[in-house]
Design a protein around this ligand. Structure first.
Ligand SMILES: NC(=O)c1ccc[n+]([C@@H]2O[C@H](COP(=O)([O-])OP(=O)(O)OC[C@H]3O[C@@H](n4cnc5c(N)ncnc54)[C@H](O)[C@@H]3O)[C@@H](O)[C@H]2O)c1
Length: 257
């Protein structure tokens, strides 16, 4: 982790930013980073306890972000939460499609029910959230959408076939949204994280230093990556500073080669 203060983007002050899966992991760093910019942050998560704890923690550092418990696989509920964000201030400026679930499963065990569930939590909501946001953003002629892919399909990480299929699809989804919406002033990019050592990753996969060392050895930058590394990229893509960037994948993996 770097000690350098987060970059500051003057245009993000007062912007309304919607973050899915914001209670824990990378999402919590996204919420914290946008809140720190002075943005009006609305975030959703199925983890109500985690979401409320983060909201309360940030409330002591300025205006509290708005947390709404929501399962993003429930499209009407997701749209309703987004409508709350759209109804604040100047409308929804930035959508961060972060929520996901990388539960691993041997190929032979995957049922049709698992397939549907994994697609719902890793792909479906990214499309419907973007579709909903675009309806409002095109009326204002501007907006930035950031989808979450992964480098996992490129490595590829084992026992993640359906998840990896979703994350590979995010790249096509991102380009398609960018193509369809560019004429309306809406940008759409994807962030592809590498091994980001969130509490869940440390609890499940990177449980000891040898596992961490084996991963960081694959990176050109042999250090542990954290959610803040990803948040820095999200701030850049949300800001008008990246006004000429759309339809792109931005890899934050320390240089896995
Ligand atoms: N951590 C990594 O190394 C890594 C690598 C590549 C890609 N990613 C991607 O980055 C994003 C964030 O990953 P993370 O590591 O922080 O994950 P995480 O599991 O630590 O956090 C995900 C958050 O999403 C929430 N969530 C899960 N299902 C939800 C649902 N149905 N409705 C609402 N919220 C839900 C969880 O409660 C949690 O707060 C995901 O899209 C993930 O696929 C992460």
């Amino acid at each position: 982790m770097t000690d350098t203060p987060l970059a500051r983007y003057a245009d993000l002050v007062g912007r309304t930013v919607f973050v899915s899966g914001g209670a824990t992991g990378i999402g919590a760093d996204l919420v914290t980073a946008f809140h720190g910019q002075g943005a009006d942050v609305v975030f959703v998560d199925i983890d109500a306890e985690g979401g409320e704890a983060l909201r309360d923690r940030l409330a002591s550092q300025g205006d509290a972000p708005l947390f709404l418990p929501c399962d993003v696989t429930d499209t009407p509920a997701l749209r309703e939460a987004m409508a709350t964000a759209e109804g604040r201030g100047g409308g929804l400026d930035v959508l961060i499609n972060n929520a996901g679930n990388d539960t691993r499963m041997p190929l032979g065990d995957v049922t049709e029910g698992d397939w549907a569930r994994i697609l719902d939590v890793n792909l479906k909501h990214q499309f419907f959230a973007a579709q909903t946001a675009c309806g409002w953003m095109r009326a204002r002629g501007r907006g930035s959408i950031v989808n979450f892919g992964s480098v996992a399909p490129e490595i590829p990480v084992g026992n993640l076939a359906v998840y990896n299929a979703c994350k590979a699809a995010v790249r096509g989804l991102t380009r398609s949204i960018a193509k369809d919406m560019g004429g309306h002033g809406i940008r759409c990019n994807a962030i592809l994280p590498g091994a980001i050592l969130t509490p869940r990753q440390r609890a499940l996969w990177y449980t000891d230093q040898s596992a961490i060392d084996a991963m960081t050895a694959l990176q050109c930058l042999p250090r542990e990556l954290c959610g803040r590394d990803v948040a820095e990229m999200a701030l850049f893509l949300a800001s008008d500073v990246s006004a000429a960037c759309t339809a792109q994948d931005f890899i934050v993996d320390g240089g896995i080669v």
